[in-house]
Design a protein around this ligand. Structure first.
Ligand code: AHR
Length: 661
């Protein structure tokens, strides 16, 4: 072949290449000058639910399970390895529990009879073990009554899985009456599955209660507080709100088992332990040792909201037990105490220290109001029974507290009879914010980015209160927090943001799960007793939440919103505080995509930032071994004129941030 011909073929090839790449390039237009609507500061929040050991055994740093012997089986979590309870003569001691009926909320204590010096011991197993870290300090407290003074010393030791002592301390129980004692242990090695062993010097009888153990190193160094690593993950999300305490936990399987906030405030010891409704919910994931001590109660939730800069959003029972369980209803004529709970909660959060409930808040250490703005009535209720009860709450709350915004609910599903009925009735009632839930497959999320485009702008605002892509099926124990689920949620979230005029609050659910004690998956954050990590879904939430902006801008392809054409989703916003334009792009295709974003309407600096969240495979996941496998990377971005040229990797979420001049 002669030289000329080769050059011609090569040139033709180049032209062809150029033709194809131009043809494949997607052109998007952003109008910076025109703010379409405000993006609410509450747009991206977190939904805390006491499921999967999220409170006791999770966020609450208490390491002793069943510290006050109030579980249904009062010695659950405690063992006595060298006490043979069946052969009275050979045992070296015995622990039993005694119920004091007049003690209404902390009924039981533990009576230990030490019979000889053969080393009788009681051991607490923790929440699937106790995570201890070398050289870290742990604060122990207990109550004891040493009746005849025969027990000379209580020895307290961390033991590892082989029974070796890995930290110890002692207490001398001087008083024959109930008295509080404290001591500190330092761990001599890091151990994921430590336990706490208690032995005694002397023989005789001693009563014990509230045996409690916390790491010294807690969030904000609060005594007996929350796990620092977990709260840090929440804090890093910069959430706009914190919804608590659930979920179905609010409703209870029966009304007696509903969440009653008044029983969760005040002295920790008087907070009545309750069986957790997730305890036996799923036969494939039984957790018979799942109880609520309410060490984290409503005061702590309000305080946590304040700590992480989130609006508190409590949800209360509306007199209906979970309709997936008993669906027990409180008769309308007996609804008053439930309504009163809502009114009193507002006083607890916002009332002056002169008011009865404001005084309790103040005595708990927070004289300043918590500035509560929202309250939720019912969780996932449906049908006329809900609407009937909601009306009563609405009337009572609005007549006393007209500035409080009420969140109502449209039931557990995003479509169907329950949803249609609930929405129709709530619209008639001019409901302010309606909570919608969707646990669907990843494809549904990709296909529903336009869900809110058709919502009435004058109707109720939307709280997308519980959503998560399910890789297998709702409530399947095989669901994974995989990359396909995460980027599909991101695609959907562009639709939430693009409809910021209607959608005011959104949250992934559930928030967290203990690696060995979960009931529901997927979950945004996974933890064990030593560590916690954010899933891929966590980083999707983070990338949206920390780049939400204050004003929605239009971003279009051929004059239309970008809602999945060619597997591309996009949204744009302006942040009037940081003076930035933010473009979010989600490529759900298995190939890279070239995109040109034409930014008009204002001058932009030539340097910006490009944040990318990407992973090669649909089933990639983060894990304890590789917690940041899927996490954002940042690099500098150069803008030439008004056009941003981007190559979006396959299966990726990209955020482009450009400073306005
Ligand atoms: O998040 C798990 C459960 O899903 C919630 O408790 C409930 O509201 C929903 O059905």
């Amino acid at each position: 072949m002669n030289h000329n011909l080769i050059t011609k073929i090569a040139l033709f090839g180049l032209l062809l290449n150029g033709f194809y790449s131009n043809a494949q390039k997607t052109n998007l237009k952003v109008n910076i000058a025109n703010s379409i609507t405000k993006i609410q500061p509450t747009m991206y929040g977190v939904f805390f639910e006491d499921i999967n050991f999220a409170a006791d055994g999770g966020l609450y740093a208490e390491m002793i399970k069943n510290r006050s012997f109030e579980f249904e089986n009062p010695l659950m979590g405690w063992s006595q390895p060298n006490s043979d309870r069946h052969s009275f003569n050979t045992q070296s001691g015995i622990a039993t529990t005694i119920k004091v009926i007049e003690n209404k909320t902390n009924l039981n204590f533990c009576r230990v009879v030490v019979k000889d010096d053969k080393g009788y011991q009681i051991i607490n197993e923790g929440f699937r073990g106790m995570g201890i870290k070398k050289d870290a300090k742990y604060n122990l407290s207990l109550k004891a009554a040493n009746h005849d003074g025969a027990i000379k010393q209580i020895n307290i030791q961390f033991i590892d899985k082989n029974g070796k002592t890995v930290g110890e301390t002692t207490i001398v129980p001087l008083s024959s009456d109930w008295k509080n004692y404290t001591a500190q242990l330092t761990a001599t090695q890091t151990e994921a599955k430590a336990q706490l062993k208690i032995t005694f010097k002397g023989t005789g009888t001693i009563d014990l209660d509230m045996i409690s153990l916390f790491p010294e190193d807690t969030w904000k160094n609060r005594k007996n507080g929350m796990r620092k690593d977990i709260v840090q993950l929440l804090y890093d999300l910069k959430p706009g709100f914190l919804r608590f305490p659930g979920g179905c936990i609010v409703e209870g399987k029966t009304l007696a088992q509903r969440y009653q906030w008044k029983k969760t405030v005040g002295d920790i010891e008087t907070r009545e332990t309750l069986i957790n409704r997730w305890n036996t919910e799923f036969s494939h994931k039984l957790a018979p040792d799942y109880f609520q001590t309410f060490g984290i109660g409503f005061f702590e939730y309000f305080q946590l909201s304040e700590d992480i800069g989130a609006q508190p959003l409590p949800i209360l029972s509306c007199g209906m037990a979970c309709q997936f369980n008993t669906g027990e209803l409180v008769p309308m004529e007996d609804l008053d105490p439930y309504v009163q709970d809502a009114l009193d909660l507002i006083e607890f959060a916002n009332g002056s220290v002169e008011t009865p409930w404001g005084k309790i808040r103040s005595e708990m250490g927070h004289p300043k109001p918590f500035n509560l703005k929202f309250i939720g009535v019912g969780n996932e209720q449906w049908g006329p029974a809900y609407i009937e009860r909601y009306k009563v709450f609405e009337k009572a709350i609005k007549s006393k507290y007209p500035n409080i915004t009420i969140v109502s609910g449209a039931g557990p599903f995003p479509e169907g009879d329950y949803f249609e009925y609930g929405m129709k009735e709530l619209k008639k009632l001019n409901a302010e914010i309606v909570d919608e839930h969707y646990y669907k497959n990843p494809k549904w999320f990709r296909e529903n980015a336009t869900r809110y485009d058709s919502y009435d702008r004058k109707g109720p605002k939307i709280f997308a209160g519980e959503y998560a892509a399910q890789s297998v099926a709702i409530a399947s124990p095989d669901n994974k927090n995989n990359w396909e689920c995460a980027f599909s949620e991101a695609a959907f979230m562009t639709g939430l943001e693009r409809n910021a005029e209607v959608v005011h609050l959104t949250s992934y659910a559930p928030l967290m799960a203990h690696e060995e004690a979960w009931q529901w998956t997927p979950d945004m954050i996974w933890f064990n007793n030593l560590e916690a990590y954010g899933s891929a879904n966590y980083y999707v939430q983070k990338i949206f939440s920390t780049n939400k902006g204050t004003d929605l801008l239009s971003i279009t392809k051929d004059g239309k919103a970008v809602t999945g054409q060619n597997d591309l989703y996009a949204t744009a916003a302006k942040d009037s505080n940081t003076k930035e334009v933010i473009v979010k792009l989600v490529n759900t295709k298995s190939d890279t995509q070239s995109v040109e974003v034409d930014l008009n309407g204002d001058k932009l600096a030539s340097k910006g930032t490009l944040v990318t969240l990407v992973s090669a495979n649909l089933d990639d996941e983060n894990s304890f071994a590789n917690p940041k496998k899927i996490s954002p990377t940042e690099k500098e971005f150069k803008l030439n004129g008004k056009k941003a040229q981007l190559t979006l990797p396959a299966y990726s979420v990209t955020v482009l941030k450009l400073k306005m001049k």
